[in-house]
Write a protein that binds this ligand. Structure first.
Ligand code: 13P
Length: 238
């Protein structure tokens, strides 16, 4: 089954990149490729109003309640979000999110009508001790895998470092993640790669059969660089 390539721009705690809201914004989906942007909570509305497929970087699983500083999935959906990131490693690290928290987020997103992009990936210590598949299996197994979700494999040691796995190492992990999916979802679920993805290394990674696109951090902060990534993805995948 052909899976439509998907490039998601995680802007983390940075402002909206110049040109992103314009009519010719490269963050808009094109024929043959899906895109989405993940700005800060403060910038969600501007992106939604500009017509960009938009998601939040986090949503609280409860629909409302005494959770100072948080925003619920239900509220994000009501605002006009389509997507939400769940379990990004920044949040697993900064906010001590555990696998069960991430699973609760993914389930709440689905209940609210948001499409969850769930992030998984091992640390350098875990890879150095060859535990990467055990770790990723644990992270994946607790997710609602029979539902329509997207998984992003983001090895923590590749995020913001300029270092990436080889295309073969990434493909090996993506195929492993796919093998964990139920028969009903194995071919249709998109598995994105994230971690220092940029135009220089995108071709080798996106050529891999089980890599369906990317969750892009640093290289998504410049419209021109993101445009180059969409061009490469379209050439290889579409
Ligand atoms: P970088 O592309 O900056 O390494 O970030 C990846 C990431 O964390 C995307 O969610």
């Amino acid at each position: 089954m052909a899976r439509t390539p998907f490039l998601a721009a995680n802007w983390k705690m940075y402002p909206i990149p110049a040109g992103a809201l314009e009519a010719d914004s490269p963050y808009r989906p094109q024929s043959g490729i899906d895109t989405a942007v993940f700005p800060t909570f403060l910038d969600l509305k501007a992106c939604i109003d500009a017509g960009l497929p938009t998601g939040a970087q986090y949503g609280h699983p409860d629909s409302e309640g005494a959770h100072t500083g948080d925003v619920s999935m239900v509220m994000l959906k009501k605002l006009g979000c389509n997507f939400v990131l769940c379990g990004h490693s920044d949040r697993r690290h900064d906010h001590h999110e555990e696998d069960t928290d991430v699973a609760a987020q993914a389930n709440a997103a689905l209940r609210s009508g948001l499409h969850p992009i769930v992030c998984v990936g091992e640390t350098k210590v875990e890879r150095d001790s060859r535990r990467q598949k055990k770790v990723v299996e644990r992270q994946v197994k607790c997710l609602p895998l029979t539902q329509n979700i997207t998984i992003a494999y983001e090895p923590v040691w590749a995020i913001g470092t300029g270092v990436t796995p080889t295309p073969e190492q990434a493909q090996d992990m993506h195929a492993f993640i796919r093998s964990l999916l139920p028969d009903t979802r194995r071919e249709s679920t998109r598995i994105l790669y994230g971690g220092s993805l940029k135009p220089d290394n995108a071709e080798g990674l996106l050529m891999q059969p089980d890599i369906d696109g990317g969750l892009v951090g640093g290289a998504s902060l410049k419209a021109q660089t993101f445009r180059e990534l969409t061009t490469i993805a379209l050439r290889i995948k579409a």
